[in-house]
Design a protein around this ligand. Structure first.
Ligand code: IMP
Ligand code: MG
Length: 186
């Protein structure tokens, strides 16, 4: 495949834009203020779940005006194609004791909820001062475990999305907007 075919192939799988960068920015501004108002003066740790939430975290933390620290965890939820198998593995853990922090988990998307449920239970067992979940996207119709986020910026129906950190086969994370992936394409 030459370069042009490669780019065409990549672009034709972007079915439609779901949320533009402006729409995302606007929501993030509101949520940043909400978090800043609630955690004024508290030791606050934002825990980004890699890789999907790295873009969201980068924008969200800059919309927060109170002091906060940043931590990263990497969780691998096993996929066959675009469907999660339910198996979760922590491949990179936090580098500090969270018992003196108010913790906010920053996630890209909650689908079945298995990944975040696992992570939330793990972090809870480490006795943070408090634990909340902020997710960029939520697909409540797909949930198989009883897990609710405290803040979700957008709720979507059951389709596979890419961009703004979210991938399909590791591609598309660098799209500046959120799009639907065309699963019908070969
Ligand atoms: P869950 O354990 O089924 O909730 O899946 C959570 C993880 O699966 C997310 O953190 C994403 O990495 C990935 N995922 C679920 N749905 C999508 C999607 O529509 N697009 C891209 N990744 C997704
Ligand atoms: Mg992913």
């Amino acid at each position: 495949m030459n370069k042009t075919e490669n780019i065409e192939n990549f672009q034709k799988r972007i079915k439609r834009t779901i949320f533009t960068k402006d729409q995302i920015d606007e929501k993030i501004k509101t949520v940043g203020k909400q978090i800043s108002d609630s955690y004024d003066g508290a030791p606050l740790l934002l825990v980004s779940i890699l890789k999907g939430s790295f873009v969201f975290l980068a924008d969200l933390c800059r919309a927060i005006t109170v002091p906060c620290e940043i931590g990263f965890m990497c969780a691998q939820s096993y996929f066959s194609g675009t469907v999660s198998s339910g198996e979760v593995k922590i491949t990179m853990d936090l580098d500090r004791d969270i018992s003196k922090y108010h913790v906010i988990i920053v996630e890209d998307i909650i689908d079945t909820g298995r990944t975040l449920n696992y992570i939330a239970e793990l972090l809870k067992s480490r006795n943070p001062l408090s634990l909340k979940i902020v997710t960029l996207l939520d697909k409540p119709s797909r949930r198989v475990v009883n897990l609710k986020s405290d803040i979700s910026l957008f709720t979507i129906d059951d389709y596979f999305v890419i961009g703004y950190g979210l991938d399909c086969g590791e591609y598309y994370r660098n799209l500046p907007f959120i799009a639907e992936y065309d699963e019908s394409m070969q």
